[in-house]
Design a protein around this ligand. Structure first.
Ligand SMILES: [Zn+2]
Length: 180
């Protein structure tokens, strides 16, 4: 386990990011295979193992948090027969007493990132999500969940939206991060 922040690529202990992105592994080897099997082969039972990896990557004393999955494109949910990020977030929420689950973010429209170039991805990511109105409680901590950090565009746009909607205490966690 690497225990770095995906944003600054520093050891999570040294991360100075306003919103740290807790990261369990680099995207290679067995963990890459497991994460991809879960998502692309629809091996739903891997949710608990992957959630455990997120749990280990997070500080034990993280405290109370609302677990928020990054919304999956409807097209991908249809293709795979399940929403992999939603399931992962729910599995993580079950692991700690102090965690709860809420789908605060939802999909703006059917935008798909795969195959688009970096510039298009960034633009699409900005427009991809919306925050449910009235869903943010400024006193609570929100922990955004995704499986993989690639360019970070999706997570950065989600962080931006949450902040604009009034969230003051924010963090994020992903299983895998791309090496620079
Ligand atoms: Zn950082």
């Amino acid at each position: 386990m690497v225990k770095i922040c995906s944003r600054c690529k520093q050891n999570i202990e040294k991360c100075k990011c306003e919103v740290p992105v807790y990261t369990a592994f680099y995207r290679d080897g067995l963990m890459k295979e497991l994460t991809e099997d879960y998502k692309y082969q629809s091996i739903r039972g891997l949710d608990k193992i992957l959630a455990e990896m997120l749990d280990i990557a997070l500080p034990k004393d993280f405290g109370e948090a609302v677990i928020v999955p990054l919304p999956t494109a409807p097209k991908h949910i249809r293709e795979r027969g399940f929403d992999h990020t939603l399931r992962l977030a729910k599995a993580l929420a079950k692991r700690r007493e102090a965690f709860s689950f809420c789908q605060v973010l939802y999909r703006n429209k059917n935008t798909v990132q795969v195959g688009a170039n970096a510039k298009t991805r960034k633009k699409q990511a900005k427009e991809a999500y919306l925050v449910k109105s009235g869903a943010i409680d400024a006193n609570r901590t929100y922990l955004l969940i995704d499986d993989v950090w690639t360019t970070g565009a999706s997570m950065e746009s989600a962080i931006d939206l949450m902040k604009k909607a009034g969230a003051k205490y924010l963090a994020a966690a992903v299983i895998l991060t791309a090496k620079k």
